[in-house]
Write a protein that binds this ligand. Structure first.
Ligand code: COA
Length: 257
């Protein structure tokens, strides 16, 4: 597959995948999700690749969420399908990947962007990064596993505060919460993320895979939680709040719920 929205570069055992739609803050549209699904699968299948770094292009954003314009007119069924297909083709594949995937968060990681980082095994953030799940301001909830993975990572209280307020936190706060493993200066971000992988890729690939499977297995059986998230996410698309929230974003004004 030739990618229109991704850059893929290899250095030794490490593959760097960069989402390259900086003018829209790397928002995840259908084309990017399809390319990401293909690129992750290809990296997992490639024998020469033992670790993956996922990052965003430009200085401003890792990923500012799912593409709001693309789902603005969706109904409940389409909303549910959006979440289900995205989780199955990208987010769950990353979560269950048996090669380590490190998110290098170079700026805004919002909504689906933060969920993408949360699906990765390890997260490194640049000091100016901002992280949040702002879906409630659109009349939505996170739909790519955020209600489950954020809660697993930071606990119910902090997860609910972030999900219900929709507020962003700084990289330093994210470090304090345990949401990111490290915070570094922006110019050190990729070297830091790849530095972690360099130490992993010299270990036994079969043991690394086994360790990921074991850790994932112990993270609790959240299958019901993910299913509830998909159902509730879909239901949101049938509400007047969703219509108002998305219209407000596209018209660059505050929503009136
Ligand atoms: N979907 C679609 N387009 C998006 C987007 C998204 N999630 N996030 C940003 N963009 C677009 C903007 O519409 C804008 O496009 P334009 O130049 O054609 O008008 C461009 O990216 C730059 O964003 P802009 O809003 O002008 O930058 P800013 O610095 O003023 O604000 C943010 C940055 C991240 C605070 C703001 O873009 C934002 O709130 N984005 C949406 C975040 C969100 O709700 N994500 C969850 C989606 S479920």
């Amino acid at each position: 597959m030739i990618y229109q929205n991704l850059l893929v570069e290899d250095a030794g055992y490490i593959r760097r995948i960069t989402i390259a739609r900086a003018e829209k803050l790397n928002a995840l549209n259908k084309a990017i999700l399809a390319e990401l699904s293909d690129a992750i699968a290809a990296a997992l299948a490639a024998e020469a690749v033992r670790g993956i770094v996922l990052t965003g292009s430009g200085e401003k954003a890792f990923v500012a969420g799912a593409d709001i314009g693309e789902f603005a007119s969706f109904n409940a069924d389409q909303g549910r399908e959006l979440a289900r297909a995205g989780q199955a083709s990208v987010f769950d594949v990353i979560h269950h990947a048996t090669k380590p995937i490190v998110a290098a968060i170079n700026g805004f990681a919002l909504g689906g962007g933060l969920e993408l980082a949360l699906a990765c095994h390890i997260r490194v953030a640049a000091s100016q990064a901002k992280l949040g799940l702002p879906e409630v301001s659109l009349g939505l909830i996170p739909g790519y596993g955020g209600t489950q993975r954020l809660t697993q990572l930071v606990g119910r209280g902090r997860a609910l505060e972030m999900i219900l307020t929709g507020d962003m936190i700084t990289a330093t706060e994210a470090l304090d919460y345990g949401m990111v493993n490290r915070v570094v200066a922006p110019h050190e971000l990729l070297a830091e993320a790849e530095g972690i992988l360099k130490r992993i890729v010299v270990r036994s690939p079969s043991a690394v895979a086994a360790a990921i499977r074991a850790v994932n297995a112990g993270v609790g059986n959240a299958a019901q939680g993910f299913e509830t998230e998909i159902e509730e996410f879909g239901r949101c698309f049938g509400t007047p709040d969703f219509t108002e929230g998305v219209a407000a974003f596209l018209e660059k004004r505050k929503p009136n719920f």
